[in-house]
Design a protein around this ligand. Structure first.
Ligand code: UDP
Length: 343
């Protein structure tokens, strides 16, 4: 049986970010040679914990750097994580989003075309669907994004399709639902500035790092009145990227695939689970709805199972909260660069 070490090197762009670093660790520990390109604007050097990984600091829009990386390493595939992903910021600064998320990757695609590297895996998002029309959402759900972040990912998906028609690029776009959790050993996890996501904020309210969590709306048409989301463990996202890589290396065709568990969990349920896991109360208040939040977003993950042979191994939100808590309360306190920031 061939191991991943028998494969050509893989370029992982944005491999020092939250989902990228878990994927890089998973692949590298399985023996896959990996080169990470990251500009460390959002990623962290400390998130690359596998010594075999080659780390290059630089911009993906730097055509000379990209060309030299392809010339040196002869990649057969690229996984592309690097992107801005804060919805509210994308509304305020659309050009930043179109430049980083759509314009910059064109440089990489151009190098791939020149070097006949034909396999591309994209971090895409449920935000490409926009307001839900059917629930759960499968991949045939209409794609009508409602913010520039969603549009930027939608556009890149479209560009990949056009590159296939023009020069045979095969791509898997993985549409994540709500990524959560951290590595089981608490060594790597989520470290965003500012942190906007529900689970880390709930846990930060417990530790006192923030004063309290505000629940955005409790008048939604859901059983407890709070929003329902499909939380997916970051370790499951990592294995999905490995499955997508194997699919493309086995000459599999292009795919657009949801990554979720197919099970929804409300904001209130997350809060109750966090209290059960930590044994501590969550300081909270209830505020108005957040603009652009649909009541419920749940994936139909059937295609990922049938086409990639993948399904979530850790679908229980309790495990997501347990691992996130381990990361937040571990030696690093949920931060890669605490001393650097304090200095
Ligand atoms: N949420 C909340 N308070 C917060 C952060 C999030 O009530 O401080 C809610 C948010 O309205 C949504 C859910 O938690 O219904 C998940 O939000 P998150 O920002 O984690 O992910 P998103 O669904 O926006 O990608």
């Amino acid at each position: 049986m061939s191991t991943l070490s028998s494969h050509r090197p893989l370029l992982v762009i944005g491999g020092a970010g939250y989902i990228g670093s878990h994927t890089v660790r998973h692949l590298a520990e399985a023996g896959q040679p990996v080169v990470v390109l990251d500009n460390f604007s959002l990623g962290h050097r400390g998130a690359i914990v596998t010594p075999s990984v080659t780390v290059v600091a630089g911009e993906l829009s730097d055509a000379e750097l990209i060309e030299s990386l392809f010339a040196e390493h002869h990649f057969d595939a690229v996984i592309h994580f690097a992107a801005c992903s804060v919805v509210g910021e994308s509304v305020a600064e659309p050009l930043k989003y179109y430049s980083n998320n759509v314009g910059a990757p064109l440089v990489v695609l151009e190098a791939m075309r020149r070097h006949r590297c034909q396999s591309f895996i994209l971090s895409s998002t449920a935000a490409t669907y926009g307001d839900p029309v059917t629930m759960p959402m499968d991949e045939r759900h209409p794609q009508q994004p409602i913010n520039p972040y969603g549009w930027s990912k939608f556009m890149l998906e479209r560009i990949l399709t056009d590159c296939q028609a023009a020069w045979g690029l095969r791509s898997v776009a993985l549409r994540y639902f709500n990524a959560a959790g951290a590595s089981e050993d608490g060594l790597i996890g989520e470290d965003h500035h500012p942190e906007t996501h529900l689970i880390p904020r709930v846990l930060m309210a417990i530790t006192g790092e923030i004063e309290k969590i505000t629940v955005f709306g409790r008048d939604y048409p859901t059983p407890d009145g709070t929003c329902i989301r499909d939380y997916i463990h970051v370790l499951d996202l990592a294995t999905a990227h490995a499955a997508a890589l194997a699919h493309l290396r086995n000459e599999g065709g292009s795919l657009r695939c949801n990554l979720g568990t197919g099970r929804g969990c409300s904001v209130q349920e997350i809060i109750s689970l966090a209290e059960a896991v930590t044994g501590k109360p969550v300081p909270l208040d209830y505020g108005p709805r957040r603009a652009g939040d649909p009541p419920s977003l749940v994936a139909d993950p059937t295609l990922a199972r049938t086409a990639l042979g993948w399904q979530a191994a850790h679908p229980d939100p309790r495990f997501m909260i347990e691992t996130a808590w381990r990361w937040l309360t571990g030696p690093q306190g949920g931060r890669y660069d605490r001393s650097a920031r304090a200095a």
